[in-house]
Design a protein around this ligand. Structure first.
Ligand code: ARG
Length: 438
């Protein structure tokens, strides 16, 4: 069933019809399409292009379609070309001739562009909200686990930090992600409705009215750009890709920390799975899936960038390929944010084990060198002395603080009793930048 056909002599092949149809995926836009159409007919009536009675009949018909879809009485299926054809043809079959006036002064090009922007704004706000929920879970997990743990560089124990400080690094990343999303919303906040196919319409329509009615800041400046711009979708997938990169880094840490080799955390049973053959296994599948889905969202980004790169102005059918990639990216990031929030809200941190790792890691070696510097030694010399002490301690299975003063003095006569409190882990933490975070 088509919205066109007047100039065609032959039937479209079934193969082409199926190939051309986007209904199976753009049905996700039904609410946004109906919302856009209602704004459009309100504008047509205001500009005296439709009578108020015609407008009322059309809006009543559109509302009934929306309600029936929402309540499962009308299924979005059949051989329609797309969601726009589905809604319009259902409208005509419900309200008759007057339904044929809906598409006055409009093209599917500005229609799909506005639908997608309404959807994109809505989803971007959902992502911002889901990020905020994850940030709350991070704060709570950090507050409850202000325990010492090794901080790493090169995945080698480096200096002492706390679990709270470590996990709060992700809070900061998410804070930037949120800003990026809001900035993208601000940039895309313009309505393409009224651009029509590419060069406007002979009717005297009011684009400001529909822009306001749909909650956009203003109408787009250039019609040809308005119908063929998909930057907003690309930008949002780009922002989603960065969120996924952050979630993936966190997932990688959760996977490592939950292994017996680290044993820093316990992921709750609710977010783990077992093995069909190895009875002892408890696998961090949620974290692995988030890490895996990151590749998929990057793929969505590259796919849409590539689709758009060779398209001459204005609308071309290639652009129908934007939807699956965009829907996939935003829905994937939303589900990953929710699962990560659930996983962190139920996570147990094994503070005793993180402390044990701190003790075994010579994490006060830098501070021990600073101690000698405070006593007058040059840092490079202090670095060498402490290096020798680490070697000695390692050979004797001890930590630096386990050596007695006589042992320490063999390496440097500058050591006094006060070294022990200087290199105490809690004390090292409360000096320097760390005093801001404890
Ligand atoms: N299904 C189409 C899309 O998603 C709608 C726009 C069709 N426009 C056209 N001129 N054929 O891009």
């Amino acid at each position: 069933m088509k919205l066109w056909g007047g100039r065609f002599k032959e039937e479209e092949s079934k193969l082409m019809e199926d190939f051309n149809s986007s209904l199976s995926f753009d049905k996700e836009l039904y609410k946004h399409d109906i919302k856009g159409s209602i704004a459009h007919v309100n504008m047509l009536a205001k500009c005296s292009i439709l009578t108020n009675d015609e407008k009322d009949q059309i809006i009543k018909g559109l509302d009934s379609i929306l309600k029936d879809i929402n309540e499962g009485r009308l299924l979005i299926e059949g051989d329609y070309e797309d969601i726009h054809s589905f809604v319009e043809m259902n409208l005509i079959s419900r309200i008759g001739e007057v339904g044929k006036k809906l598409h006055t002064a409009r093209s599917r090009n500005d229609q799909v562009a506005v639908d997608l922007r309404i959807y994109a704004k809505e989803k971007a706000l959902d992502v911002v909200e889901a990020i905020e929920e994850l940030q709350q879970a991070i704060i709570k997990l950090g507050e409850e686990n202000n325990v010492l743990m090794p901080g790493y560089t090169h995945l080698q124990r480096a200096q002492v930090v706390t679990f709270k400080y470590h996990i709060m690094a992700y809070y900061s990343m998410l804070q930037r992600d949120k800003k990026r999303m809001k900035n993208a919303i601000d940039i895309m906040d313009e309505s393409p409705l009224g651009c029509c196919a590419l060069a406007g319409t002979t009717y005297s329509t009011d684009r400001m009215f529909t822009a306001e009615e749909l909650g956009f800041k203003k109408p787009v400046d250039n019609f040809m750009d308005g119908v063929s711009d998909r930057d907003f979708a690309i930008e949002l997938i780009g922002d989603c890709s960065i969120v996924m990169m952050h979630l993936s880094r966190l997932s990688e840490e959760l996977i490592l920390w939950s292994s017996k080799e680290f044993d820093f955390i316990q992921i709750s049973d609710a977010y783990s799975t077992g093995s069909s053959i190895m009875p002892q296994k408890k696998n961090p599948d949620a974290a692995e899936l988030i890490r895996g889905k990151t590749g998929r969202v990057y793929g969505d980004l590259i796919s849409l960038l590539t689709t758009m790169k060779g398209i001459p102005l204005a609308y071309n059918k290639d652009m129908q390929e934007d939807k699956e990639r965009f829907f996939d990216a935003v829905n994937t990031v939303l589900s990953c944010l929710k699962v990560m929030t659930g996983m962190l809200s139920t996570l147990k941190v094994k503070g005793k084990n993180t402390l044990k790792a701190v003790k075994k890691g010579f994490l006060n070696a830098t501070e021990a060198a600073d101690y000698l510097v405070n006593k007058g030694m040059a840092f490079r010399d202090a670095h060498k002395v402490i290096g020798e002490i680490v070697l000695y301690s390692e050979e004797n299975s001890k930590a630096i603080e386990d050596l007695n003063l006589d042992e320490l003095k063999k390496f440097s006569s500058l050591f006094e009793e006060d070294v022990y409190s200087f290199i105490d882990y809690e004390n090292t933490l409360s000096r320097g930048i760390k005093k801001e975070i404890r």
